[in-house]
Design a protein around this ligand. Sequence first.
Ligand SMILES: [Zn+2]
Length: 246
Amino acid sequence: METNLPVPARALAVGAHPDDVEFGCGATLAKWAASGCEIFHLICTDGSKGTWDPTYDPAELVVTRRHEQRAASLALGGKGEVTFLGWPDGELEAGLRQRFEVAVAIRRLKPEVVLGHDPWKRYRLHPDHRNAGFLVTDGIVAARDPLFFPELADLPHRPRTLLLFEADEADHLEDVSAFVDAKLAALLEHKSQLRSTMGITATGAAGGEEHLEVVAFKRRVTDRLTAQGLAEGFAAAEAFKRIDNL
Ligand SMILES: [Zn+2]
């Protein structure tokens, strides 16, 4: 198991939906941001199906989730710099147009490290997560090779490392022992997702205490980070498939 990349100057995390980046690599981004790394989000879909409430106006949900995603970036220590591609939630395709958009972002932002969904995770059902993963790998190839999209003004850019979260075969750990709270705070900025994704129907309880559902959610996330850290003796870790020599 490899551990702890050198802190990059710039990192770009690509998620299918608002909140995926926080689940997948939020604590790692928080750790790097605390050491001066510029962190950027790229969100492929508009998140417009992310509710169990059939009366919720999808257009309103899109606006809400953009605000929440920027707030989550700030909670991680970023500047709220989020690129929204705006493809319809649940209908993301890994096509040439989408690949172009990801390559544009990579060439513009010039990240040393790119993070994204593992497209090869077995038995994954949600097509957006699979396709967002392929858009990262395909987008890197198109960003680095000069004859792809020659109409782009920005010069080709080759990131140093790709980290895939939700990895089918993790081989790299980031020690995030001091950044669990930042990850939890960023996750809880996705307030529209508390019920459907996080199992939280209420946040407050009597006496100003956190609701038991919030406590339980935090415990679930923390327990997973703790379990992932065991292999290398870290109190908490995020796990990735690491690809160098891009
Ligand atoms: Zn998602």
